[in-house]
Design a protein around this ligand. Structure first.
Ligand code: ATP
Length: 371
């Protein structure tokens, strides 16, 4: 268990009822959030949802219109950016073009008037950490995008801040380098024992690097949870739809019996039995949400007696290499997606267009969403 899951972790960054207005526009709306020490935390949301504004308030580049922000027990109200134990790495990297790599890294330390020997030692340590020892004398324009990004990273951690704020740090990198760097960031964070806060609109990136994620929409937090919880048990259609691919079926609660809730979808013949907990009541209109990889495909009706099955016709097939995505038409207005791993070969013969198939899934495979 990570400390924040066991309840022993120290609250480190606290937003308490924070609102930020620009004129009459509310960018962050009465938002409260606790981030724990040594956590790698991601703020995830679409463009304009307020994630950068949250980070800028923490860094001291914006003041909240209402509410308070605490860092390591200190109220940050009125504390200027350079006095905050948080350092921000900007999207643009903002390196000094005329300075060498080592001078870029040393810059902040010189401003703080650290002894010369210590600056040199710290620069060497940082160069080693980001694997740029051989590039110390180069200027930023003599580096690749990924190397520049690592210089910016080295510079922002050289002062050993308690918190590193990363605003879309990998946006300029190509996909491959981006994936590599994500793992490097995770290693670095563990090695340094710092708290990392990353802002991203890329759900895969947030899922990869973060211990916990806050999913934001229009200045509010919709769900805060681990990547697995966000994926497996989203709390709303917004989160379910934002992360990965999902089937959403509108239905009515037909009955509740112990742990099993039964749903009736207008376009499905059989009821859907769900064992995941819900607070929906009989008669409520809800949505049944299930990930495509949780839906099995086969030519025969499932034999094990579970109620969760539907006949369908294959409408589309997408071959992605590791998996294939099947679009299966279960009713006139209901196409369900099923993702099948190509390695498992669960079907007797290849499934092709217009085949009649059976879709089936377990009672705990999907969740009931009430909003
Ligand atoms: P993106 O991923 O596009 O950077 P974001 O979630 O980081 O989006 P923010 O930069 O936090 O979004 O902006 C939130 C909202 O506040 C946006 O609608 C933006 O236009 C608005 N906003 C941000 N800064 C200002 C400002 N200085 N003056 C007026 N409006 C602003």
């Amino acid at each position: 268990f990570t400390p924040w899951e066991s309840g022993n972790a120290k609250p480190f960054i606290e937003f308490r009822n924070v609102t930020k207005r620009f004129g009459d526009f509310t960018a962050v709306d009465n938002l409260s959030l606790t981030i724990y020490e040594r956590e790698f935390f991601a703020l995830l949301g679409g463009s304009g949802c307020g994630k950068t504004t949250m980070m800028r308030m923490l860094g001291g580049f914006e003041e909240p219109s209402a509410g308070e922000i605490f860092l390591d027990g200190q109220n940050l109200a009125g504390v200027p950016p350079y006095r905050r134990p948080a350092n921000m790495m900007f999207q643009s990297y903002a390196l000094f073009p005329h300075m060498s790599v080592e001078r870029n890294i040393a810059f902040g330390l010189q401003q703080d008037k650290l002894p010369k020997g210590e600056i040199e030692a710290r620069v060497q340590q940082m160069l080693k950490l980001v694997k740029l020892e051989d590039f110390a004398k180069r200027k930023p324009h003599q580096l690749s995008g990924g190397q520049r990004q690592r210089v910016a990273l080295a510079r922002s951690i050289a002062k050993k801040p308690k918190v590193l704020l990363l605003d879309e740090p990998l946006g300029a990198l190509d996909r491959k380098l981006r994936e590599e760097t994500q793992f490097e960031l995770m290693d670095l964070q563990t090695e340094l024992g710092m708290t990392f806060l990353i802002v991203t609109h890329d759900q895969e990136e947030a899922m990869t690097v973060a211990d916990r994620i806050a999913v934001m929409d229009r200045g509010r937090i919709i769900q805060v949870a681990t990547p697995a919880e966000i994926y497996e048990t989203p709390n709303s259609r917004f989160v379910a739809d934002f992360i990965g691919s999902i089937n959403l079926i509108e239905a009515r609660v037909a009955s509740r019996n112990g742990t099993v809730t039964r749903l009736k979808a207008p376009n499905l013949e059989r009821e859907i039995a769900v064992s995941q907990p819900t607070d929906a009541n009989v008669g409520d209109t809800v949505w049944f949400a299930i990930r495509p990889e949780k839906i099995r495909l086969g030519f025969d009706a499932p034999q094990n007696g579970t109620a969760n099955a539907a006949e369908a016709e294959i409408w589309d097939i997408g071959y992605l290499g590791d998996v294939s995505i099947f679009h299966a038409k279960a009713a006139e207005d209901l196409i369900l997606k099923s993702t099948v791993a190509n390695i498992t070969r669960t079907v007797e013969r290849p499934i092709s267009w217009e085949d009649n198939v059976w879709l089936s899934w377990d009672e705990d495979a999907g969740v009931i969403l009430t909003r």
